[in-house]
Structures are given as structure tokens and as C-alpha cells.
Design a protein around this ligand. Structure first.
Ligand code: 8YV
Length: 313
């Protein structure tokens, strides 16, 4: 088990050990393994539970014993699906099971951003009386969702009591869901220019990497709260910092970063940035469900056809 977030938590380890008593665990939660480290760690294994660590041609060519991998997570951006297929590696992953945990953090971020929780809390810590404390209510706001898959839909469900106007932009169409939840599907440009809160729920892929660059961020309303609980690398962090520093964006709430742990100190220290260390799926309930789903993926994973995962590539 390469993912330190599993290895360091007894209840997750126990679920795996009950089925695979000889499993070995990485316990370093800060560090995601690179190819050489993965190879070294998995050398004597026949299968693996991984999440966030690299699975590529180099890794699989060096580990011919690995026949099965259960991915602990929904994001497949560190997994080379074509290489898995070439090497006959059966793969399972865990879409859906952490949707509530991630959606709850997104909602928490939305309210926190609108209510200035990051700068107000910082001021309190510094013994200051903050000058600005009047925020905006989530109730009645226009919320934009980029991506309306499992997690985006869960955000919509959680938002129902708030009477928001919900705009959604996705490469897929979900007409029934949109209709039954009163959501307006919009173009990318409308999403950017109309959202008072913009929450990202898209995979990191070739199509989305760096999508929120300076030009895209410049389309956002100055009073927009940007929420990212999906993947780092989609929002250009330097461009985001420039907008926060110039006051062109009121607040950003990020759970994910291009580099993890993040290396962008100025951004992390900006008073209007609220950040967490990729903790979206970190509820006890979601973690247990994810380990169970990853074990299931290990047992029943299939040879995946990369063409069926075009959203992720
Ligand atoms: C995982 C995630 O905790 O599901 C995902 O894709 O990002 C998180 O839920 C993480 O990937 C595992 O390290």
C-alpha cells in the first residue's frame, strides 16, 4: 500500500490486513512516491493499493509481478491507463464513494469565502480588530459549478436548502438532473462571468491542466469566491496570487495544489486564501468506504480501455 494516508491510520490498515495479512504499508503522509520509490517499495508485491503515486510505463515495466492495482481515489491523473493495459494490469478505482466528503468541504469553503473566514481568523490570531467583517450570505447567491459528476451533483444536493441560482458547465450533459434540481447549464464563458462562487469539480487531464490561467481568471467577477477541491494544476497558482494581491478576486479556497505539499508560500500566506492539505475526502466515513472500494478494485478490477476514460486523459 503506497499511499501514506492509509498506512498511517490504524482503522484503514486493519481493513486491509484482515484480507491481506502480509500487506506492507508506506506510512509517510507528506510524501507521494516517485517512480523509483514506487518500484523499490513494491518490488516483492503481486498487487498494490495506490493513490496519488505514479503508475507509469517505467513502474510497470520494472514490476512484472504486479497484476492488480486498486486505486484509492477517484482521480486517475497519476495513472497511465494505456501502460496498465499494455502490461495486463487489472485496475479498479473508487468513483463516487468520497463524493459527500468532498462536497461538504466545498460547501464549507463557499460559506467561509463569502464570510471572510480566512482574513477574520487571521486578524483574531494577530490580536487585531478586522476592518472588514461584513460578508455575503450563501442563501440566494449565484453558484457556478464546473463539472457536474458525482461530486458536483452532491454539491447541488447540499445546496438545495440555500435557494441559490446554480449554473453548471460540463463536457457531458445531464438534462434530467439539471431539470429536477433547477440548474441552468451554461457556456464556460457564462460560468466565469456570472458566478459569485465558482466551485471546480473536474478531473486533471490534458484538457484541464492550466485551464484557469491568467486570461481565464480575468473573466471572473471581482467579487467571485473561487473554490477548488478537485485537483491542483488546473488553476495557475501564480496567476491566482496576482489576482488576489491586486484585489481582482476576493477570495480563493483551495484544498489541492499543483505540487503537494505546496511550495507556493506567498499564495499560502495570502490573507484571503483559505487552504487545506488535500483533505477533501478525509472524513472517517469516506476513508472507510474508500479503502473498501479500493480493496474491491483490487479484487475485481478490470483491464481498462483508455478510450473509455477520455475525460481523464
Ligand atoms: C484521495 C482524491 O485521498 O479521490 C481522490 O482522487 O483526491 C482523494 O480522495 C487521494 O487521491 C489519495 O491520496
Amino acid at each position: 500500500v503506497t499511499n501514506g494516508a492509509i498506512g498511517s491510520v490504524p482503522y484503514m490498515r486493519d481493513l486491509i490486513l484482515a484480507e491481506y495479512p502480509r500487506a506492507k504499508f508506506n506510512e509517510d503522509i507528506r510524501h507521494r512516491m516517485n517512480a523509483a520509490e514506487v518500484i523499490d517499495f513494491l518490488r516483492d508485491c503481486d498487487g498494490a493499493i495506490m493513490g496519488g503515486d505514479v503508475v507509469n510505463e517505467e513502474v510497470l515495466a520494472a514490476l512484472p509481478n504486479i497484476r492488480r492495482i486498486g486505486i484509492f481515489g477517484v482521480g486517475l491523473n497519476t495513472v497511465d491507463l494505456a501502460a496498465c493495459r499494455r502490461h495486463g494490469v487489472r485496475l479498479g478505482f473508487t468513483p463516487g464513494v468520497n463524493r459527500l466528503a468532498v462536497a461538504e468541504l466545498a460547501l464549507c469553503f463557499m460559506i467561509a469565502g463569502l464570510r471572510w473566514v480566512a482574513p477574520l481568523s487571521l486578524a483574531m490570531r494577530n490580536g487585531e480588530r478586522p476592518r472588514t467583517r461584513v460578508g455575503r450570505s450563501l442563501t440566494g447567491r449565484t453558484i457556478g459549478l464546473h463539472g457536474c459528476g458525482h461530486i458536483g451533483k452532491e454539491v447541488v444536493r447540499l445546496l438545495q436548502p440555500f435557494g441559490c441560482t446554480i449554473l453548471a458547465h460540463d463536457i457531458r450533459d445531464y438534462p434530467d438532473f439539471y431539470r429536477s434540481h433547477g440548474i441552468t447549464p451554461v457556456s464556460f464563458d457564462d460560468l466565469l462571468t456570472r458566478s459569485e462562487v465558482l466551485s471546480l469539480h473536474i478531473p486533471r487531464s490534458r484538457a484541464t491542466e492550466g485551464l484557469y490561467d491568467a486570461a481565464t481568471l480575468a473573466r471572473l467577477r471581482p467579487d467571485c469566491v473561487l473554490v477548488n477541491t478537485c485537483r491542483g494544476g488546473i488553476v495557475d497558482e501564480d496567476a491566482l496570487l496576482a489576482r488576489l494581491e491586486s484585489g481582482a478576486l476576493v477570495a480563493a479556497c483551495l484544498d489541492v495544489f499543483a505540487q503537494e505539499p505546496p511550495d507556493n508560500d506567498r499564495l499560502l500566506r495570502h490573507p484571503n486564501l483559505l487552504s487545506t492539505p488535500h483533505a477533501g475526502a478525509s472524513t472517517r466515513e469516506a476513508r472507510i468506504a474508500m479503502v473498501q472500494a479500493a480493496l474491491d478494485g483490487l479484487r475485481h478490477g478490470t483491464l481498462v480501455d483508455p478510450a473509455a476514460f477520455t475525460d481523464y486523459l
